[in-house]
Design a protein around this ligand. Structure first.
Ligand code: ZN
Length: 301
């Protein structure tokens, strides 16, 4: 798989492997609640991220001392599928998170699992690695977390507010729920919290670049607008001077106006300031404006 912005962010997050058992348990919890399938019948985790695939078996061994029943060949490209199907293993995991191992499940974020700050971060890292993605900031600002469990989405919504200080947005997609961020500052804060400061910096840099481009564009547009105004005014003045020539008024103009008319005729593209400097003696820009307006006015009489 080609390195994408999202893939790089995940690879970066994978570098923080949980040191403590409590954090490994919390990170697995995040993975399970945001992965493709987590029921008492079976667990299925699908990822395209090689770094995540590389740490997953270690993570589950650290948290539960168990191995996946089905693991992918890491040399393969595309979707990598991990599965746990053994009933004993599934029960052990369910019990570890406080769920009834045989009853019908509606999964929750079991708060004691994510009580400590170290575990909060680990939980969100797991959730992001399994169900998250971030869009290349050159295209759009978008970070999301998807889960199949409605209650989990609702609880994650408040959980994110608690740990990051802001609420994500929430939407339904397909049969699942999506929590997402659209603001570049919040996305970079979130990535920093998850342990991906390089990706976070990428978001900030993309925003600065965009702002700079916008500023340059705005200035260009502004210059263009000014230029077209100058051209318009000049055209009106040239037209007035032509009329004055045609009806014989030109030669009878007062010396100051005559000087202005000649200067304009000879310099159709000059700005008021430039024309004002050409007068003998030089005059101010408003005075130049006044002379040219007077020419236009005379031509209309
Ligand atoms: Zn912990």
């Amino acid at each position: 798989m080609a390195a994408t912005f999202s893939g790089n962010a995940k690879a970066e997050i994978c570098r923080s492997f949980p040191q403590k058992h409590c954090c490994a348990l919390a990170q697995c919890f995040g993975v399970l609640l945001f992965c493709n399938n987590f029921t008492s019948e079976g667990i299925r985790i699908i990822t395209e991220c090689k770094e995540f695939a590389a740490i997953l078996p270690k993570l589950f061994r650290k948290a539960f001392g168990i191995d996946f029943d089905i693991v992918p060949d890491l040399e393969e490209t595309g979707k990598l599928v991990f599965q746990i199907t053994g009933q004993k293993k599934l029960q052990q995991i369910m019990v570890a998170y406080g769920f009834d191992p045989v009853g019908i499940l509606s999964l929750h974020i079991n708060l004691p699992i994510v009580e400590d700050d170290c575990c909060k971060a680990a939980f969100l890292r797991g959730a992001y690695l399994a169900g998250g993605s971030v869009t290349d900031p050159a295209k759009a600002y978008h970070l999301e977390l998807a889960t199949n469990h409605r209650y989990v989405a609702r609880e994650a919504y408040t959980f994110i507010r608690e740990v990051l200080g802001f609420y994500p947005k929430m939407a339904q997609r397909g049969g699942g729920q999506v929590l997402y961020l659209k603001h570049s500052d919040l996305i970079s804060d979130c990535l920093t919290y998850l342990g991906a400061p390089i990706a976070a910096m990428g978001i900030i840099e993309a925003r600065l670049e965009k702002e700079l481009n916008n500023k340059v564009n705005r200035r260009c547009n502004c210059d263009e607008a000014n230029t077209s105004k100058v051209v318009e005014a000049s055209q009106e003045q040239l037209c007035a001077i032509r009329i004055l020539r045609q009806n014989g008024q030109f030669e009878r103009l007062a010396p100051k106006l005559l000087q202005a008319a000649i200067a304009r005729e000879e310099n159709p593209e000059a700005s008021l300031t430039e024309l004002a400097a050409m007068m003998q003696p030089p005059i101010t820009k408003p005075a130049m404006n006044h002379r040219l307006k007077k020419l236009v006015q005379l031509s209309k009489e």
